[in-house]
Design a protein around this ligand. Structure first.
Ligand SMILES: Nc1ncnc2c1ncn2[C@@H]1O[C@H](COP(=O)(O)OP(=O)(O)OP(=O)(O)O)[C@@H](O)[C@H]1O
Ligand SMILES: [Mg+2]
Length: 270
């Protein structure tokens, strides 16, 4: 085990407990059903390296990123960040790993963008002039200048997404994980976000990044290496061009598994 890795996962496992349903309530002694999300993942990311995390819906990408960021508990294996196991110490994960997602539900819809970002800066321990400077800086990074004084609810979907990105970049951790952050962005702005992550965060600042995406062209453009998760396991990894065929085959097989049901519905609808 070497602390030279920024991120090092070993045998990482996670099973979610599913809620009881229907008649299961009548037999509480029966073991609860589980959904296995990660089934022993091994993966390492070096400082200054950008790894794209690919995988079909439900493959375990978000679960993996959330365990690293100390937001979900693991139940097997290790998740080391610069040597320390955040699976054992989620508090450390929250301090060392920035989880950048573009979920706008936690924003205050009637406050301005600036007041929202000031609030979230406070949660990161930033106050006063330091918080103000950091908010202005991240707003500039994401081209939010003229939006800072608008109320959050008056923004478009893509604008909200950029504010959510800014929120994720307020703190300054050595490892950043991005969960489908370009999903609602127009092509030009998606490209700006990719450059921001690639050129500033990875190349200039030398941080380690895990970047989950469904967009294969995006993965090719941005990543040093891609890792394909499937059914909670690493199916393959390597430079994009080396694993592209295998990645496409896994996505195709996943879609084909559901093809039968769709064909039946289309047949009925004739
Ligand atoms: N809170 C939860 N309770 C129960 N099961 C969950 C929970 N969160 C995720 N799962 C299950 O764990 C598995 C992995 O989910 P996860 O969200 O990590 O996948 P993902 O790769 O991020 O998928 P997507 O591409 O759709 O975002 C799925 O089968 C999912 O249904
Ligand atoms: Mg996900």
């Amino acid at each position: 085990m070497s602390a030279a890795w920024a991120v090092e996962l070993r045998g990482l496992g996670k099973r979610y407990r599913l809620p009881r349903r229907g008649r299961e309530w009548l037999k509480p002694w029966r073991p609860r059903r589980h959904q296995e999300a990660l089934a022993g993942v091994d993966l390492a990311v070096a400082p200054g390296e950008l790894v794209a995390l690919l995988g079909p819906n439900g493959a375990g990408k978000t679960t993996l990123l959330k365990i690293l960021a100390g937001l979900v508990s693991a139940d097997a294996g290790e998740a080391r960040v610069h040597g320390a196991d955040v699976a054992r110490d989620p508090e450390l994960g929250r301090a060392r790993v920035g989880y950048v997602l573009t979920d706008e539900r936690s924003f205050f819809w009637r406050l301005t963008v600036r007041d929202n970002l000031r609030f979230f800066a406070g949660l990161e321990g930033l106050f006063g002039a330091e918080a103000a400077a950091r908010v202005e800086y991240t707003a500039r990074l994401l081209g939010l200048g003229e939006l800072l004084d608008r109320r959050f609810n008056a923004l478009s979907a893509g604008q909200k997404q950029r504010v959510a990105l800014a929120r994720g970049l307020l703190a300054d951790p050595p490892v950043l994980v991005f969960d489908e952050v370009t999903r609602a962005l127009d092509p030009g702005r998606a490209e700006q976000v990719r450059r921001l992550v690639r050129e500033l965060i990875v190349e200039r600042q030398g941080r380690a990044v895990l970047f989950a995406t469904h967009d294969l062209a995006e993965a090719r453009a941005i990543a040093d290496r891609v890792v394909l998760l499937s059914g909670g396991k690493v199916a393959c990894e390597g430079p994009f061009d080396a694993v592209e065929a295998e990645v496409r085959a896994v996505f195709r097989a996943e879609a084909e598994a559901e093809e039968g049901a769709l064909s039946a519905i289309l047949q009925e609808a004739r």
